[in-house]
Write a protein that binds this ligand. Structure first.
Ligand SMILES: [Mn+2]
Length: 314
């Protein structure tokens, strides 16, 4: 009855419905090769047998989509550290950059895949957007591939303390009141890094020792230290007003765990320069983890977690 030769048969669909590839291995193999192109075998090979276990991990400022992102170190870190809950505390993907130029590589892809894998394997992944990925703030309350997007949230530690999880640009008057200025700063810093490379080449040609323009410029920012401390004070004030035990934020690329007037200020740093995260253990204690070296470079250097353990303060 459904014989294709029968009269009155309906015309074939104009679009070809894809059928299963008879030799999936071939195409998949090429796709897989493309996906892992340029990645070190050790980043995609067998998984570590004894990953570090945490109750909660907090990371921010990974800036996926920019060449500055230390995606390979981040991938190595994610593979070697398991957690019940993973908070992505903003600036995970750089949306400002997407508008100008887009940088994406196999390692950036692998980081996203690894985070989604964690979500699939039972990790509770919570994404708190920041100012660079502010477009995601329109999607709070939604869940993408097991990742919950929230505007801000409260995290309860193992020992019952309550922490406000927020990216932190809300406390930064520069970003809040003069966005163009922040954009300018972002671009100026890129230019400085680029100029730094040229300058280095010229100086080397002239037989002069290495001198970092970007480091020099950074040091010239007279109020940088003052800025950080006033930022921290603003965050701590907010914590007291909200009646929480502390705040965990990111935004200023400066990892810190510090008690400030009865509240605990925690900043999980960044994955552009310092490669840091904040970890909560089973007792509710926080510490800063630094993953400056790849796991295979860490042998003989302790457990690889160059960290500052912080007692259950506050
Ligand atoms: Mn930020």
């Amino acid at each position: 009855m459904f014989d294709s030769d029968s009269p009155g048969n309906i015309a074939p669909l104009p679009v070809q419905i894809p059928v299963d590839d008879p030799s999936p291995s071939g195409k998949k193999k090429i796709k897989y090769r493309k996906w892992r192109a340029g990645l070190d075998e050790r980043l995609i090979g067998p998984r570590p047998k004894n990953p570090h276990k945490h109750r909660t991990l907090f990371i921010s400022y990974t800036h996926l989509g920019t060449p500055g992102c230390k995606a390979e170190l981040l991938l190595d870190f994610l593979r070697h550290n398991e957690t019940e809950t993973l908070y992505l505390v903003g600036d995970i993907i750089d949306g400002w950059r997407i508008k100008r130029s887009w940088y994406w590589s196999a390692s950036h892809n692998a980081v996203v895949q690894e985070i989604l894998r964690k979500a699939r394997k039972g990790t509770n992944v919570v994404y708190v957007p920041g100012n660079h990925d502010e477009a995601l703030r329109d999607y709070t309350g939604l869940n993408f591939g097991g990742v919950d997007v929230v505007g801000e949230t409260i995290h309860e530690t193992a020992d019952g303390r309550r922490f406000l999880i927020i990216h932190g640009d809300q406390f930064d008057s520069v970003v809040k009141y003069a966005r163009w200025l922040a954009h300018l700063g972002d671009r100026a810093y890129d230019m400085a890094l680029l100029a730094n490379n040229w300058l280095h080449e010229i100086r080397r040609f002239m037989g002069l020792p290495y001198w970092s323009l970007s480091a020099y410029l950074k040091n010239r920012v007279k109020n940088a230290v003052e800025y950080i401390s006033s930022y921290e004070q603003a965050v701590a004030r907010e914590a007291r007003e909200r009646d929480v035990d502390g705040i965990i934020c990111g935004h200023i690329h400066h990892a810190e765990i510090r008690e400030m007037d009865g509240v605990l200020y925690c900043n999980d740093g960044d994955w552009v320069e310092s490669c840091t995260a904040i970890a909560e253990d089973a007792t509710g204690a926080f510490r800063i983890l630094a993953w400056h070296l790849f796991s295979w470079e860490q042998e003989g250097a302790g457990d690889g977690l160059a960290s500052r353990t912080v007692a259950n303060a506050a």
